[in-house]
Design a protein around this ligand. Structure first.
Ligand code: SF4
Length: 234
């Protein structure tokens, strides 16, 4: 396994096979501080996009990894926070695609998709994987503890807009937590939100690694079965 400034892995990903990771943002820089985050609490809570590092610096690291890395299935831009905060993510995606035949995926919390610049940038990715967990404004604040300027309705609208224009593979993920969003009513509300989005696959996930808040729990196998039915996982 390689460790370099902007690269990690390849790691075995449940969704993406052997995934070579690219992190274009400083540690724990995010628009959210989710109660289920496996990285702990967010230290840089922000919605301001920045060119944290030059694209070329990240690409140099990537090229070094290509020399050393064992085989991988996907290049995944994610990192310790929200990667669309990286202002140059569109150019980074293009630069990575020029250097590998593997698909370039972006894992995102979807909060900045209301911004047309972000939608344009992510249009260049081969795959985009947004996560959904909240079903209304109150659950949005409880689960995600967002930067103050974000609101639930705008985030959902951004996801809908992006899903309607994106031409790559859109794989939605729903993150469920025991006693928080896994009851029937919550699942039905999440299902209604998903109906407004056009996506290729739906993954249902739960808390499997230690979360930021220790009382956040995984859901039971019974609730997972119910979720698969109600949400229509693909
Ligand atoms: S969006 Fe992702 S990185 Fe950001 S706090 Fe939530 S789980 Fe952690």
């Amino acid at each position: 396994m390689l460790e370099a400034n902007f690269m990690y892995g390849p790691v075995r990903s449940r969704r993406l096979g052997r995934s070579l990771g690219v992190s274009p943002i400083p540690a724990k820089t995010c628009t959210f501080s989710c109660i289920y985050c496996q990285l702990g609490s967010t230290t840089q809570l922000t919605s301001r996009r920045e060119a944290f590092y030059p694209v070329q610096q990240i690409v140099t690291d990537f090229e070094a990894c290509l020399q050393m890395a064992s085989s991988f299935d996907t290049v995944t831009i994610a990192g310790q926070g929200e990667p669309t905060l990286y202002l140059e993510i569109g150019d980074l995606i293009a630069a990575l695609q020029e250097r590998t035949a593997a698909p370039v995926a972006v894992i995102t919390n979807g909060t900045l998709l209301g911004d047309s610049d972000v939608r344009r940038d992510l249009q260049r990715a081969d795959m985009v994987l947004p996560t959904l967990a909240a079903f209304d404004e109150a659950s949005f604040h409880h689960i995600h503890r967002p930067v103050p300027e974000l609101n639930f309705a705008d985030v959902i609208q951004g996801l809908e807009q992006f899903s309607q224009v994106y031409t790559g593979a859109l794989w939605m993920e729903v993150m469920l937590m025991g006693g928080i969003n896994d009851d029937d009513v919550s699942l039905q509300r999440i299902a209604r939100l998903l109906q407004g989005m056009q996506y290729d696959k739906l993954f249902i996930n739960t808390v499997v690694r230690p979360p930021a808040e220790p009382d956040v729990e995984e859901i039971s196998p019974g609730r997972m079965k119910a979720a698969v039915q109600v949400l229509g996982a693909r």
